[in-house]
Design a protein around this ligand. Structure first.
Ligand code: PAP
Length: 397
């Protein structure tokens, strides 16, 4: 018998109704705070949008990530102190965050988490598995970009987890047809926000927000940099009409810590240290390990999320089936990921990103095709300086 205990799919809960007046008031306060802060924040050129601003040491896109960071702190703190009946209801649901610096494996882990947690409902070999017709970015929301937060009309505060299923935008039909109904078993979010920007009410397990767990995926900085530069080059040109960074300019920014949600090393170290201090709350995975040993790592993931694979599942090959379903080769060949543009949050924010933009090569070590010797030396030096003594090492750095 399956050890996956859910009888409902694990997708965002939809019936949380934020008190309307309060929600609007908070949004207005947050928008005002951002507007007031903005002129005084350090600024640099953006990789995807026009600009990045530095807030509490983190480089964020002002149009959504900055607002999200402010909202996240205010709303979760608010819920910690009010203890209202709605917050109590929310508090009883575990929150699982998939946390990554962009281009570290978000798409892959979204698919793996979704398929693993919902395996009692959806057999990974089924021709009707939702992942065959739903892009990984639509399986569960992005904390800072989805419609409860930071979208272009700022219509949702962070604690309202409404996921809009009724959308008539391009490419949305396949997703809507296959969209899975809500559950009350867990709340899943993807996020790029660093650990330091999460309020204590989320990171402390005894908080009134209930159980929060983070699955963090780290990828070696050289491959993250190339992946980000390639993605940014395309998306920035399409969306802003601005000339994308040259390789040299992008590299210099990255080495100075200027990249979305960066500096890279602060992001990684924040979650690394948290995983050492609270291994039951933060699982630290490496993209390269997942590539090399997917079986062992998917098992770790399932255990961490409280749904270990049973012996029977293992003997039936369920782990391998999930790995195959979520593989780069399989996902990138699906029609939904080849030809559609369905990520709810990007579509709503009017940012054009094709699903295929999330699938490039999926290789370890592609940086070698782009880096000069000098670039490799500079990055190695930074890795030495920033990570020495931390206990964290990089595969194929
Ligand atoms: P995001 O943070 O913007 O969502 P993310 O998914 O983290 O992006 O990164 C995309 C990278 O993951 C791409 O790497 P590349 O540019 O070096 O090729 C993409 O190819 C890779 N990727 C996407 N899906 C998978 C997968 N199923 N398995 C392995 N790698 C994948």
């Amino acid at each position: 018998m399956s050890s996956a205990s859910t009888s409902q799919p694990i997708v965002p809960k939809t019936d949380y109704i934020e008190e309307k007046e309060d929600g609007e008031a908070y949004r207005k306060i947050d928008a005002d705070i951002c507007r007031e802060m903005l002129p005084n924040l350090p600024k640099e050129k953006g990789w995807i949008a026009e600009q990045l601003v530095q807030y509490k040491g983190v480089w964020l896109t002002p149009t959504f990530a900055l607002k999200a960071a402010v909202q996240l702190q205010h709303h979760f703190n608010l819920f910690q102190t009010t203890g209202s009946s709605t917050s109590a209801a929310r508090g009883s649901l575990p929150m699982y965050f998939l946390a990554t610096l962009p281009k570290s494996g978000t798409t892959w882990l979204r698919a793996l988490m979704f398929a693993t947690l919902n395996r009692s409902l959806y057999d990974a070999t089924s021709p009707h598995h939702p992942l065959l017709t739903t892009g990984p970015h639509d399986c569960f929301p992005c904390l800072e970009m989805d419609n409860m937060l930071g979208n272009h009309d700022h219509s949702r505060p962070v604690t309202s987890l409404d996921h809009d299923h009724h959308d008539d935008r391009d490419g949305g039909d396949a997703m809507i047809d296959s969209y899975v109904p809500p559950t009350s078993t867990a709340q899943l979010f993807a996020t790029h926000l660093p650990y330091s920007l999460f309020p204590k009410s989320v990171t402390t397990s005894s908080s009134t927000c209930g159980v929060s767990k983070f699955v963090y995926v780290c990828r070696n900085p050289k491959d993250v940099f190339i992946s980000l530069w390639k993605f940014g080059s395309k998306v920035k040109a399409v969306n802003t009409g601005l000339t994308p960074f040259s390789l040299e300019e992008a590299f210099d920014l990255f080495c100075r810590g200027v990249c979305p949600y960066g500096p890279y090393w602060d992001h990684v170290l924040g979650f690394w240290k948290a995983s050492l201090e609270m291994p039951g709350q933060v699982l630290f995975l490496k993209y390269e390990d997942l590539r090399k040993e997917p079986f062992a790592n998917v098992k770790r993931l399932a255990e961490f999320l409280g749904q270990p694979f049973s012996e029977e599942e293992e003997s039936k090959g369920v782990v391998q089936q999930i790995i195959k379903l979520c593989s780069f080769e399989n996902l990138s060949s699906l029609e939904i990921n080849k030809t559609s543009r369905t990520q709810q949050y990007f579509v709503k924010a009017n940012i054009l990103v094709e699903n295929s933009d999330f699938f490039r090569k999926g290789q370890v070590g592609d940086w070698k095709n782009f880096f000069t010797d000098d670039m490799a030396k500079r990055m190695d030096q930074i890795i030495d300086e920033r990570f020495s003594g931390s206990g964290l090492t990089f595969v194929n750095p």
